[in-house]
Design a protein around this ligand. Structure first.
Ligand code: R1P
Ligand code: URA
Length: 284
């Protein structure tokens, strides 16, 4: 690989900011909260002492400021791992590539990334309106196959790969071992579990409106393999963080219990509770 990146590979805007996120290196902090929903960004930044930077492009909204005197960023990714591909590569470029010369920096900077999302549980005992921290993640979306054939091995991953019955879907597995220092932040969470990340909300997560999903027993099958909850970003966040040398941790608020057919009666209150709980822990 050439050290100097071509204009077509690392694309910049006229002001030198990265193409999709529309950010300059000085616009982000070392601690970054990633949310899916752009409307969640002001719900987080309203707790900041002050907001210094507000920028956006497409679904990527960023606020940077300070909380209890420490610099912090909150950014929306929109939905899905294809957006996380952009978020992770452009965030990494902001800290590990000299954007003016388009050359890799010799010193590596590791970011601390905190996804704060929503999910559905497939373990009937994991109740709505509680938070679940992702220990292991199974990517059923395919993004990581374009980067690497690396996957970690532990009891969960071996059992999952051994028994996964759907031949057309190729799982990729990652876990939060490398984020041990930051997982301390969340040790008192109600649930720690194994998240599956999907390339869709309906049939990919076993939902059947007018179209049939792959298997009527999809939720039960994945739960039997140890999966606790479903969402759409964490495999790419954990996988690309591992490959790029960043630290990441996901906490999702459970808004649906898929096995009991329940949806949160007030998911806005649960979201608020999660935001306050996370901010208290990452900047006490
Ligand atoms: C689907 O409704 C979206 O909600 C979840 C899923 O991962 C997907 O992005 O996360 P967010 O609430 O962070 O968007
Ligand atoms: N987000 C998802 O991706 N799935 C759910 O069931 C709930 C939130």
């Amino acid at each position: 690989m050439l050290n100097k990146l071509a204009a077509s590979e690392l694309v910049l805007n006229d002001d030198g900011s990265v193409y999709h996120l529309n950010l300059l290196p000085e616009d982000i902090a070392g601690k970054i909260i990633l949310v899916g929903d752009p409307d969640r960004v002001p719900k987080v930044s309203k707790y900041f002492d002050k907001i210094e930077i507000k920028k956006n492009k497409r679904e990527f909204y960023t606020h940077t400021g300070t909380l209890r005197g420490e610099r912090i960023t909150v950014m929306s990714s929109g939905i899905g791992t294809e957006n996380i591909d952009i978020v992770m590569n452009e965030l990494d470029a902001l800290v590990n590539i000299d954007l003016k010369n388009k050359e890799f920096k010799t010193e590596h900077t590791a970011l601390e990334l905190f996804r704060l999302g929503t999910c559905g549980s497939v373990n009937p005992d994991v109740e709505v309106d509680n938070m679940l921290v992702t220990q292991n993640v199974v990517g059923l979306d395919g993004l990581l196959h374009f980067y690497s054939d690396y996957q970690f091995e532990n009891e969960f991953s071996r059992n999952f790969l051994d028994k996964f019955p759907y031949e057309k879907i190729k799982p990729m597995l990652y876990f939060a071992d490398w984020a041990e220092e930051i997982s301390d932040y969340y040790k008192d969470a109600k649930y720690h579990g194994n998240t599956a990340t999907f390339p869709g909300f309906y049939a990919p997560q076993g939902r059947q409106l007018r179209l049939k999903a792959i298997d009527d027993q999809f939720l039960e099958t994945l739960n039997d393999l140890g999966v606790t909850n479903f969402e759409m970003e964490t495999s790419a966040i954990y996988g690309l963080s591992k490959l790029l040398g960043h630290k990441a941790l996901t906490v999702n608020c459970v808004i649906a219990n898929r096995r009991r057919g329940e949806f949160s009666a007030d998911h806005h209150a649960s979201e608020k509770n999660m935001i306050e709980w996370v901010l208290d822990r990452i900047i006490p």
